[in-house]
Design a protein around this ligand. Sequence first.
Ligand SMILES: C[S@@+](CC[C@H](N)C(=O)[O-])C[C@H]1O[C@@H](n2cnc3c(N)ncnc32)[C@H](O)[C@@H]1O
Length: 252
Amino acid sequence: MTGIVYLIGAGPGDPGLLTLKAKDYLEQSDVVIYDRLVSDEILAMIPRYAERIFVGKEANNHALPQAEIDALLVEKAARGHTVSRLKGGDPFVFGRGGEEAEALALMGIPFEIVPGISSAIAAPAYAGIPLTHRTLASGVHVVTGHECLHSSGTPWEVLALSSQTLVILMGMGHLREISEKLIANGRNADTPVAVIQWGTTLRQEVAVGKLGEIARVVEEARLQSPAVIVVGNVVRLRNALCWFEPDKVLAR
Ligand SMILES: C[S@@+](CC[C@H](N)C(=O)[O-])C[C@H]1O[C@@H](n2cnc3c(N)ncnc32)[C@H](O)[C@@H]1O
């Protein structure tokens, strides 16, 4: 009998942000296929008898090419296994979960999607930055910064002129070009920006600066991927709303 694949969002890092449904399905799995950004605490919930397969994805450095991941999911479920495909954040937010679900649908493999809390909202929340605010931003754009140089669709010229909050994932490799592009297209160089590295975890670090200087600020602070970049006036609220300080959590 054919098994099933659960495409599960593992959340942004803090294991407390895993959903009850994700935990339940994970504990029933006999195969777990997971990515790089899934935390150790969540991996510890995998049953001891289950087969674990790391397919560790980083930009341009996939342990297994996407087509092989798709084929692996199909093969394991076709053999009758209960498979959890664990991804950081939400599986449908820049996680290629859509492609994996398409591959399963094409082959007639049963699947379920278990949404996760995306780093796009969780990292700003743990940095004390509400993405929308009645007087500061009526909406939010979430985009990838990974494609900046290849002009494959992110409309930077439109985003530059938007008064809504801009959240950029996978943008650390292109932070300088992104900020220059936004300014060249009309965004004020004084716009506040926050860069949140390893958001929601005890490794969380936050750098704040103006759009015109953020690339230098981040270089000096030595922040790296994974990080979420937030551009917009809502960043100012962090001064009053900063609540999560990993140093203090560690000292408790
Ligand atoms: C391939 S995308 C996957 C996004 C994921 N599906 C989500 O919903 O969070 C990887 C990017 O997510 C962001 N990211 C994931 N976890 C993060 C964290 N704990 N803190 C900051 N950024 C994170 C980074 O921008 C990273 O480059």
